[in-house]
Every structure is written in structure tokens, then in C-alpha cells.
Design a protein around this ligand. Structure first.
Ligand SMILES: Cc1cc2nc3c(=O)[nH]c(=O)nc-3n(C[C@H](O)[C@H](O)[C@H](O)COP(=O)(O)OP(=O)(O)OC[C@H]3O[C@@H](n4cnc5c(N)ncnc54)[C@H](O)[C@@H]3O)c2cc1C
Length: 301
């Protein structure tokens, strides 16, 4: 299939970029239509060149492991850049500072920190995304939060220019990060506390706790809604009687009411309709508006 003219690529990329890639293969909900272009760079230089040669009107979405993404059934117009398998370096810079590239899985950071005798990275172990996604979301768990550890980030802009930024350049709060438009994270320097002799017991315990309380292993995106300031989204959804509520092959988890499960053949439209139903019902029952934590992208079928 020939790409529309606006998506024409420089010859060095034309053969490597994939067309019409089903996003259901790149999201943990396993839903989502095709991306016009799907690019996995070789490294940062390669990625910068790719961004530079993309026509300015082409929309760009960077993804990690797709564990917080609802891609609509019509897919994504423009280019998807996947950092997984590309930006994968992790190194120790000093006694308690590490540099991690955006495509590194959070679980790997947690494990590597234990090996290096660094503490307080354990919370990352159960977050099934990449550092890039964790920076975009300020991912957190069990009292830990990504941006509390950030000393500096390396970013790439839409024209392929690279620079470093400090946390002061971002507005950061619970599951919210706002920074300069049209820039993406390449890497970050993270600081953790020195904890000589630390082992993986804490990680094991946190993963066990997760298994007890969350439907791990099923197709989900983790918590769908952010917790409102004064309550827990899961409690509000459960007490509105929505546990198990189903649309198509998607349902509110019976184990953790803030999770929506794709049982196998759900479409993004089912998940989105279920999200809207939960929001409407919780508003009617509790008078509280729930906002999504998951990012909804793409076009309807
Ligand atoms: C079972 C389960 C449990 C979960 N538990 C938790 C939890 O405890 N705590 C928590 O916070 N989250 C949790 N999540 C949600 C999810 O794992 C996190 O939000 C994670 O940080 C997303 O990372 P990702 O690489 O999958 O990002 P993606 O889903 O691929 O992308 C998410 C957002 O980040 C953007 N993004 C990705 N990479 C970059 C980059 N390099 N530069 C700029 N933007 C980028 C994307 O454009 C998108 O807007 C859970 C999810 C699942 C499925």
C-alpha cells in the first residue's frame, strides 16, 4: 500500500518503517486499530534523523509498552515511535545516580538498583511500562513516584533537536506531567538512596501484594481513573455497584474495580463505552466526576 504523500519518508527510512501496524499488538489492553507508520529506531541518533525528515504536518505519538494507552479502533493517523528495544541503556553515573534510557522497562530499573545497592526504586518493579511512559505519567505505586527521583531529563523535539531539561521545567503532580509541547523523553538521570546490602525481598513483597489485590495477568491498563482528591476511584466504582459490569467483551474487574478487563475480543469502542458508563454512574450515585488516567488516542472506526 502506498503511503499518502504527506507521509512520504526519506529513502533511508522508507524501507524500515512499518505501515498499518495494528496497535492491538502494542497495547496491554490488546485493542486498537492500525497506525499509519510505526517506527522502532536503532538508537537516539537514528531517532533524531527520523524526526528531522518527517514532514512537519505528520502527527507523532511516542509509545513505550502501551500499558496506559487506549487506542481507538480506527487507529492512529501519523507516525508512532516505539522506544522499546531501542533506547535500552542503563548505567551508573555515580554512587547514587543512574542514567536510564526511555525504552528501559521499569521492572529492570528496580532490579538493577537492587544489584547496585540502591534503595527506594522498588516501587517501579510492578509498573509494566517503560521509563519514558513513567516520566510522561509520573507513574507511582506504594508511596513512590517517578519524578521524585529525576535530576534531569534528555528530550528530543519535533525537529530532531536534543537537549537536557531540569525538573523545574515541568509541572508535576499525581499522575500528571506538563512540559514543553512537542518534546519527548529520551533518557533521565535518576537519584536513589544508597542502601548497601539491599536485596530483592521488598520487590517480591510488593509484587505479592499486587497479585492479591489486582487482576495481574489479565488484559488491562491498570487503574483506568485517577483517584479523586478525597477518595479512591475503586471504592466509588465498587459502591456504585459496577463490579463485573460488562459491555461487549470488556468488564469492570471483579477483583479491583478501577481495572477494566478485555476478556479477549473487546474493541476499543467497548472499553471507551464502559469508561463513559462508569463515569456517568459514579457521577449520578456519588456526585463525583472521575477523570481517566489512561490516555485515549486515535480515531474511532
Ligand atoms: C497491570 C497494570 C498495573 C499498573 N500499575 C501501575 C501502577 O502501580 N502505577 C502507575 O503509575 N501505573 C500503573 N500502570 C499503568 C502504566 O504501566 C504506567 O502508566 C506506565 O508508566 C506506562 O508506561 P508505558 O511505557 O507502557 O507507556 P505507554 O502506555 O506506551 O504511554 C503512556 C503515555 O506516555 C507517553 N510516552 C511514552 N513514552 C514516552 C516518551 N519516551 N516520551 C514522552 N512521552 C512518552 C505516551 O505518548 C502516552 O501518552 C499499570 C498498568 C497495568 C497494565
Amino acid at each position: 500500500m502506498t503511503a499518502p504523500r504527506s507521509l512520504d519518508l526519506a529513502p533511508e527510512f522508507a524501507a524500515r518503517v512499518l505501515h498499518d501496524v495494528p496497535m492491538s499488538k502494542h497495547t496491554s489492553w490488546h485493542v486498537g486499530g492500525p497506525a499509519d507508520l510505526f517506527f522502532t529506531p536503532r538508537d537516539t541518533m537514528d531517532l533524531a534523523s527520523f524526526m528531522r525528515q518527517l514532514r512537519p504536518e505528520v502527527a507523532v505519538l511516542w509509545i513505550g509498552l502501551g500499558s496506559n494507552l487506549l487506542v481507538r479502533d480506527g487507529g492512529i493517523r501519523g507516525a508512532v515511535v516505539c522506544t522499546v528495544g531501542a533506547l535500552g541503556a542503563i548505567e551508573r553515573k555515580s554512587a547514587n545516580v543512574i542514567r536510564v534510557e526511555a525504552g528501559v522497562a521499569c521492572a529492570r530499573i528496580a532490579k538493577q538498583c537492587v544489584k547496585w545497592g540502591l534503595g527506594s526504586a522498588e516501587f517501579l518493579a510492578g509498573i509494566p511500562g517503560t521509563l519514558g511512559g513513567a516520566l510522561a505519567m509520573n507513574a507511582g505505586a506504594w508511596g513512590g513516584e517517578t519524578w521524585r527521583h529525576v535530576i534531569e531529563v534528555e528530550v528530543l523535539d519535533r525537529r530532531g533537536a536534543r537537549r537536557t531539561r531540569k525538573p523545574e521545567d515541568y509541572e508535576v503532580s499525581y499522575r500528571h506531567v506538563r512540559g514543553p509541547e512537542n518534546e519527548w523523553f529520551l533518557a533521565a538521570q535518576l537519584q536513589f538512596e544508597r542502601k548497601p546490602g539491599t536485596n530483592s525481598d521488598a520487590i517480591r513483597e510488593l509484587l505479592e501484594k499486587r497479585k492479591e489485590t489486582q487482576p495481574i495477568g489479565e488484559w488491562s491498563c491498570g487503574s483506568v481513573f485517577v483517584n479523586p482528591r478525597t477518595d479512591h476511584a475503586a471504592r466509588l466504582i465498587e459502591s456504585a455497584g459496577l463490579k463485573g459490569y460488562r459491555i461487549g467483551d470488556a468488564s469492570v474487574s471483579g477483583k479491583h474495580a478501577n481495572f477494566i478487563i478485555n476478556h479477549g475480543t473487546a474493541r476499543a469502542a467497548d472499553v471507551e463505552a464502559l469508561i463513559a458508563h462508569v463515569q456517568k454512574t459514579v457521577l449520578e450515585v456519588h456526585g463525583i466526576e472521575l477523570h481517566t488516567e489512561v490516555r485515549i488516542v486515535g480515531v474511532p472506526a
